[in-house]
Write a protein of this length. Structure first.
Length: 189
């Protein structure tokens, strides 16, 4: 019995040392697992943060662009309502000039009326130009559906006129480079 009793404590000591080594290994494995999990969590949260930051930056830029466009093109509706008046004034000036030339040569009354209308027209035109309105002058240019509306086609008088604007029926206008009214044109084919 003496030998068996003596062997048990040695076996127990070995078991205790093995258990301690397993416990230390388990703790170190658990610590490594925990560190790996935290590193993965940090990486995931960092990616989410970067995506959220990029999304917010895009939102900020889009909002700034929308504000700038609103300021730049804010008066588009009222300008569109003024353009037919411009067209009517141009027609009135052209008609009055034709009538003055044919029927009322030298009449001071008609000359002063024509000059007054012309001054009002020039003032309106310069005011609209100051607000960013530019007139399209497409006659002789290649037809571009981005800027022109084709009202009709007719046979070209020469080969170099094919596909070009032959006549402007109604002027087109740009507001700060954006088409607000397409020019209505006749295209030569």
């Amino acid at each position: 019995m003496g030998k068996k009793e003596h062997e048990k404590p040695e076996e127990t000591q070995e078991n205790i040392e093995a258990t301690e080594q397993n416990a230390e290994g388990t703790e170190s494995m658990d610590a490594a697992d925990v560190v790996a999990k935290f590193e993965a969590l940090v990486k995931e949260l960092n990616e989410k943060y970067l995506r959220l930051y990029a999304e917010f930056d895009n939102f900020r830029r889009r909002t700034q662009k929308e504000k700038a466009d609103l300021i730049k093109y804010g008066g588009e509706e009222i300008i569109l309502s003024i353009l037919p008046i411009m067209d009517d004034m141009e027609r009135a000036l052209a008609h009055h000039k034709d009538a003055k030339d044919s029927a009322h040569k030298g009449s001071d009354k008609h000359t002063s009326l024509h000059e007054g209308l012309d001054l009002i027209y020039q003032k309106l035109k310069s005011t609209l130009t100051a607000k960013g309105i530019t007139t399209m002058e497409p006659k002789g240019e290649v037809f571009d559906p981005e800027f022109h509306d084709a009202i009709t086609n007719f046979p070209a008088t020469s080969e170099d006129m094919k596909g070009k604007v032959a006549e402007v029926v109604e002027k087109g206008y740009l507001l700060n480079g954006k088409v607000i009214r397409h020019a209505k044109v006749v295209v030569a084919n």
